[in-house]
Design a protein around this ligand. Structure first.
Ligand code: ADP
Ligand code: MG
Length: 460
């Protein structure tokens, strides 16, 4: 490829069986990274693509030595990494600038750690500010700069240490569209024209187009836990044209792999996507539910119905302005409720899905209610609320159960979604003030003799 250094065959990074677990206080360990084995060579621009919460940042921190794996080995140029790697630099999504330091001081900071003398530091930093388009902003403070300019400082600071490995954690995702696009092509230019001494770039992203646009290799991670489900070369020449058929085809293909709907990958990703919490024996009891918003579900199904009952997922996503991260939970919800099926990147309405689209709100609630009866989490909530004499239970009771199966944040998201669905389907009520889930009279079982309200219900 373009860089001479690509001839170098010494591995820069080698990960062998890298596994990361987080221990939760009084809870089970959560497995985040499972057996990640990966080599990165000089000359490569690798995009690490995966859904939110899959463990991308965790992996990046391990690679740069900011965090250590629970098991497995991290080697840099065949030497074990113990502690922050001085040859690697990181660009963060949140810019992470010191507000009380000027732009110049922020950039110089990386060099202080490198013990460069003051004059040299200054010269180097000014050079970089110039290279990265910040000429004239030396004495400004971060708050005086736009988001795009601040991220330029983030890049300049990372590049100041002449990193061999430039790591970037979703560096463009906090920027508006045009600013992000400018910075992407400027960075590509610095890299492709060898204007920076960086030997390899590792960029974490959840944007498929971004990965295909920039990287020459895409490593795709699954979630819960993260495993490598694909490692693809991108052979499109730079500068890449997002409208070219080759580009669109590749985006489409990556989409299928990420959604686990590529035929070759299907079986593999299904296991990879299974939620794994240790101990695994508990797993079958509570399958995680996707975070699909029911209003979005209706919108999606209506749109597909307008298209004759079938459409390309990637197409639908762009039509609804949804990133794959936001679209997937909705399509997974549609599948969970047997309203649609996803095959080879296409979403197709089922008969029930068509019925749903043609129904009014009350009928839709009925359809969802019927489907929820087969979902373990709802069976649990239903059983508990029906068996309780007063038909009410604090939310915390369910949070505790969920936290034995999921991480704290995941448990909260599961329950919030469950409460939204349950309320929509009229399965139960929720009072946010008292944080109680409860059954109203018309939701209780009139045939339940143990129900103190049974008589009242029979009369109705
Ligand atoms: P990503 O960058 O792909 O969005 P992260 O690496 O930030 O994902 O997080 C992966 C998972 O690990 C998430 O479920 C997150 O809640 C969990 N996690 C991350 N850091 C910690 C931590 N210090 N303690 C416990 N759990 C963590
Ligand atoms: Mg992250």
């Amino acid at each position: 490829m373009v860089q001479a250094s690509r001839e170098e065959k010494t591995r820069l990074i080698r990960l062998l069986g890298v596994t990361k677990m987080y221990t939760q206080p009084d809870k089970y360990d959560i497995l985040v990274l499972d057996d990640i084995t990966l080599d990165i060579y000089p000359g490569e621009f690798v995009a690490l693509l995966g859904p939110s919460g899959s463990g991308k940042s965790t992996l990046l921190r391990i690679i740069t030595g900011l965090s250590s794996p629970s098991f497995g080995t991290v080697l840099y140029r065949d030497r074990p990494v113990n502690g922050p790697n001085p040859k690697a630099a990181m660009v963060f999504q949140s810019f992470a600038l010191y507000p009380w330091l000027t732009i110049l001081q922020n950039v110089e900071l990386g060099l202080v750690a490198k013990r460069e003398d003051i004059a040299k530091r200054r010269e180097k930093s000014l050079q970089l500010l110039d290279l990265i388009g910040l000429n004239g902003y030396e004495d400004a403070f971060p708050k005086e700069l736009s988001g795009g300019m601040r991220q330029r400082v983030g890049f300049a600071r990372a590049l100041a240490v002449d990193p061999e490995l430039l790591c970037m954690d979703e560096p463009f995702s906090a920027l508006d569209f045009l600013t992000a696009e400018n910075l992407r092509s400027e960075l590509l230019d610095l890299w492709l024209e060898s204007k920076i001494p960086t030997k390899a770039i590792l960029m974490v992203t959840h944007g498929i187009e971004e990965a295909v646009y920039m990287a020459d290799r895409i490593v795709i991670l699954s979630k819960n836990p993260a495993r490598i489900i694909a490692d693809l070369p991108v052979r499109l020449p730079y500068p890449r044209n997002r409208k070219s058929p080759e580009f669109i085809d590749l985006v489409d293909y990556v989409y299928k792999v990420v959604t686990g709907r590529d035929d070759d990958k299907g079986a593999e990703t299904e296991t990879a996507n299974a939620t794994q919490v240790i101990p695994t024996a508990e797993r079958t009891i509570l399958q995680p539910i996707p975070y699909g918003h029911l209003s979005m579900l209706s919108g999606l199904l209506e749109l597909v119905a307008d298209r004759g009952g079938q459409d390309d997922l990637y197409h639908l996503g762009s039509e609804l302005f949804l990133e794959v991260d936001d679209l997937l939970p909705v399509t997974e919800t549609a599948e969970l409720f047997h309203l649609a099926e996803v095959t080879e990147g296409d979403l197709t309405l089922t008969d029930l899905g068509r019925e749903f689209v043609d129904s009014d709100v009350t009928e839709r609630k009925g359809i969802i209610r019927e489907q929820l009866k087969d979902v373990p989490l709802f069976r649990l909530i239903d059983r508990v609320l029906h068996n309780k004499a007063n038909h009410a239970m604090p939310k915390e009771f369910f949070t505790d159960i969920l936290e034995e199966h999921f991480s704290v944040s995941e448990a909260e998201r599961q329950l919030v979604t469950a409460i939204n669905w349950g309320r929509f389907a009229d399965l139960f009520h929720y009072d946010p003030d008292t944080e109680l889930l409860y059954l109203a009279l018309d939701q209780q079982d009139p045939n339940d003799k143990a129900n103190p309200n049974a008589e009242l219900l029979q009369e109705k």
